[in-house]
Design a binder for this molecule. Structure first.
Ligand code: 5GP
Ligand code: ZN
Length: 114
């Protein structure tokens, strides 16, 4: 999708610290980390928000969580615990309109989130 920064990262047309890639997804370091580990996992397919996902995206969404779990293991944050966040829509604070999972780890998390 033209003018989508995450599509550009997925197409290697914009720079990012990529830590994982497969046919369906790519993961890279968040440019403004909110925890010692802050990775974004995105589908290569442009989906604006989870709200727009259809039945055909079911496996893709599951794949993204599986990838996040694999990365959490690889980065050694899974034994102490980590958080996966998907902001969905403007009131949630979604700023980039291409579905992404935040993987946050390496510090204690509080609840409820802000
Ligand atoms: P949202 O608020 O949409 O859930 O989160 C968007 C995230 O993308 C933010 O944490 C922000 O720091 C990150 N981000 C925005 N633009 C870029 C970029 O160009 N590169 C990288 N690596 N992260 C970005
Ligand atoms: Zn996109």
């Amino acid at each position: 999708m033209k003018d989508c920064i995450f599509c550009k990262i997925a197409e290697k047309k914009a720079p990012a610290s990529i830590i994982y890639e497969d046919d369906l997804s790519i993961a890279f370091k968040d440019i403004n980390p909110q925890a010692p580990t802050h990775i974004l996992i995105i589908p290569k397919k442009h989906l604006r928000t989870v709200v727009e996902a259809t039945e055909e995206d079911k496996e893709l969404l599951g794949h993204l969580i599986y990838v996040a779990n694999t990365i959490a293991n690889d980065l050694n944050v899974s034994n102490k615990g980590f958080r996966l966040v998907i902001n969905c829509g403007s009131q949630s604070g979604q700023m980039v309109w291409h579905v992404h999972i935040h993987l946050l780890g390496g510090r204690h998390m509080t609840w409820p989130p802000g």
